[in-house]
Design a protein around this ligand. Structure first.
Ligand SMILES: [Fe+2]
Length: 300
């Protein structure tokens, strides 16, 4: 896997970056190519996360135009909302121009601010960012669509350092069966599994916060933790280290690229759910790879 650099934006010759991303590469822009004023970056870095009104997980929900992770009455709440919304809008505009084929069918997910130094964080295993993993969202199953995340390093001096591994196809071919792919495929498709999902849909329709999951989503959620727990994978998989300097922006499919964060502080991120129908090569989607491995439909 490699980094594909966009030296200048807009580019004189527009290029289709879908194949680069779908192959498990990172698209990197050394200088953030959209407006992100210094005052906004300074404001985000000035927030104090001392267990008061501002929490460590700040998210901007694009659909409802709301910020979570800060008490509504906090003095910084309105400014934070303005800064996160503006970041989200600007990054969405940039990625729409860069990847118009994805933009035609994508779903906007959350934007988030990551204020904590990643090196040496003390977190429970399934939340640790320093262990290599692929992403899956417990509360927002994708049903086989892909998770594209765009990051901007707003720390004035520190690089953000990632360790990645070979893309999903290579990792899945080695580990998916050991992780229980066949059992998950069969259990979600069993009578008990169908009943469980039918009752989850019913409860969801009356407002109970339960999440019906396809076999694909169940597996991806499990695989996230399986990889973190797998000491052989963590120690012996082929690794690649990338450094993202201050003011750079980069993106990848975080369910295709196994990744971990070794160090860095103060990053902002926007997530897009990319329809697998809009891929340049739909057979490169993790769903297609897993269905090929187990021979069963996983997102029916
Ligand atoms: Fe991740």
């Amino acid at each position: 896997m490699k980094v594909v650099t966009i030296e200048r934006w807009p580019e004189a010759q527009p290029r289709d970056y879908r194949s680069d991303l779908e192959a498990g590469n990172i698209v990197f822009v050394p200088r953030t190519p959209f407006a992100f004023p210094k005052e906004s970056r300074d404001f985000l870095r000035s927030l104090e996360f001392g267990g008061g009104a501002i929490h460590k997980n700040i998210a901007y929900r694009t659909q409802s135009d709301k910020v979570t992770g800060i008490d509504a009455g906090a003095a910084e709440a309105k400014r934070l909302h303005d800064v996160m919304r503006s970041y989200s809008q600007n990054v969405v505009r940039f990625v729409s121009e860069l990847l118009p084929q994805y933009a035609a069918q994508w779903k906007l997910d959350y934007a988030s601010f990551r204020p904590v130094e990643e090196h040496g964080r003390d977190l429970p295993l399934n939340k640790r960012n320093d262990l290599i993993h692929t992403d899956a969202f417990p509360s927002r199953p994708t049903k086989g669509d892909l998770i594209l995340r765009v990051f901007t390093n707003i720390h004035p001096e520190k690089k953000r350092v990632w360790i990645t591994a070979d893309p999903f196809r290579i990792v899945a071919e080695k580990y998916a069966c050991d992780a229980g792919l066949t059992n998950i495929a069969e259990s979600v498709d069993s009578t008990a599994g169908r009943l469980k999902n039918a009752s989850a849909r019913l409860l969801q329709s009356v407002g109970v916060p339960v999440v019906p999951r396809s076999a694909y989503d169940s597996f991806m959620l499990h695989f996230h933790e399986y990889l973190k727990r797998n000491t052989d994978f963590q120690a012996n998989t082929r690794k690649y280290e990338f450094e993202f300097p201050p003011d750079s922006t980069w993106m990848c499919f975080t369910d295709v690229v196994p990744h971990s964060v070794k160090a860095g502080q103060h990053a902002v991120e926007q997530t897009f759910i990319i329809s697998r129908v809009s891929l340049a090569d739909p057979s490169s989607a993790p769903l297609a790879i897993l269905e090929q491995i187990c021979g069963k439909p996983l997102a029916a």
